[in-house]
Design a protein around this ligand. Structure first.
Ligand code: SAM
Ligand code: DTB
Ligand code: SF4
Length: 335
């Protein structure tokens, strides 16, 4: 039987086993929320980090992730979007900073990074974002040691590479690369001294056991990933998972609260799928562990709540967040 008394839940552990994680995930909701709050209050101070996402290279990806509209295996209609230039990306980073974002995450729909002009531009973008005084995050698929070192030298804060689901369920979702490929990439990122941003998606048809198994892999990493994005599947037309059932908000709350208990110091990022969560469900997520959100009208190919709506929500919740923003109206008139 899992012992989540005050004392034991205040240690940072790296040896959680699947059964105890499953027990936490399945606790009566009221007890799960209480335990998560104890940990969250002890390790964090109810401050929410705002991260803005930008898709630098959209679509045409050769991986077959069955949830993704950017895969060549999906028939999703994507807005045609040429690869963005350094200058335009940095302008968007500056706008995000003026909106209050502290972190700028840039995405490339690639299976892996290749050397050449696009990679050189990526390095310039990382340097530029860091020069703006923001944290920089990149997500661009697999990479080699040399590329990881170059990104580290450019000042990259974190590399996002999600495990998505459990090792057992993974083959139902992606077959063009293995779980081990993902773990190897994460190791290279870590060896280069870059923080790892690694999480998953719920709503792919996985069981609670699979969710516990994913959380076991993440919480047995030492150190824990610096940030853990928890995504609810956005069922996009044209993808294999387009007809999936909408994720129940309570499932999202359970995943966030359990991540908080297992990884007390990590940023638990309430990621894709927030548009389907009520204000109240999001408030519960902030109460029991979420301390970061994607902030901006767009994720990569789908929409996200408006900045103003999110600021209003965070004000109402009473959590702290970066208040250094220039009012939207001013930004619009200066464009
Ligand atoms: N190609 C890179 C990769 O896969 O590492 C970077 C971009 S990829 C879109 C980043 C992550 O977003 C995925 O690993 C997945 O966890 C999440 N994601 C993508 N599409 C999603 C969707 N429709 N719903 C929820 N999360 C999604
Ligand atoms: C993450 O875990 N979620 C973000 C970010 N990391 C790159 C991406 C969400 C994508 C949602 C679907 C879309 O907009 O295409
Ligand atoms: Fe490609 Fe990433 Fe989409 Fe998978 S999730 S198809 S790797 S862009």
């Amino acid at each position: 039987m899992i012992n989540l008394n005050q004392e034991s839940s205040l240690e940072v552990k790296y040896d959680w086993n699947r059964e105890e994680i499953l027990e936490i995930l399945n606790l009566p909701l009221i007890d799960l929320m209480w335990n998560a709050q104890i940990v969250h209050r002890k390790f964090n101070n109810y401050r929410v980090q705002l991260s803005t996402l930008l898709s630098v290279k959209t679509g045409g990806c050769t991986e077959n992730c069955s949830y993704c509209s950017q895969s060549i295996y999906s028939s999703s209609q994507l807005k045609s979007n040429p690869i963005q230039e350094v200058e335009s990306v940095l302008k968007k980073a500056e706008i995000a900073k003026n909106q209050g974002a502290e972190r700028f995450c840039m995405g490339w729909a690639w299976r892996e990074i290749r050397d050449g002009s696009a990679f050189n531009s990526m390095i310039e973008m990382v340097k530029g974002v860091r020069n703006l005084g923001m944290e920089a995050c990149v997500t661009a698929g697999m990479l080699n040691d040399d590329q990881a070192l170059k990104l580290a030298e450019a000042g990259l804060t974190a590399y996002n590479h999600n495990l998505d689901t459990s090792p057992e369920y993974y083959q139902n979702i992606i077959t063009t690369r293995t779980y081990q490929d993902r773990l190897d990439t994460l190791k290279r990122v870590r060896n280069a001294g870059i923080n790892i941003c690694c999480g998953g998606i719920i709503g792919l048809g996985e069981s609670n056991k699979d969710r516990a198994s994913l959380l076991q892999v993440l919480s047995n990493m030492n150190p824990h990933p610096e940030s853990v994005p928890i995504n609810a599947l956005v069922a996009i037309e044209g993808t294999k998972l387009e007809n999936s059932k909408e994720v129940d908000s309570i499932e999202m709350i359970r995943m966030v609260a359990t991540s908080r208990i297992l990884m007390p110091r990590s940023k638990v990022r309430l990621s894709a799928g927030r548009e389907n969560l009520s204000k109240e469900a999001q408030i519960i997520c902030f109460q029991c562990g979420a301390n970061s959100i994607f902030y901006g009208d767009e994720l990569l190919t789908t929409s996200n709540p408006a900045c103003e709506t999110d600021r209003k929500l965070l004000e109402e919740v009473g959590v702290s967040f970066n208040k250094n923003f220039v009012l939207d109206k001013k930004i619009l008139s200066s464009k």
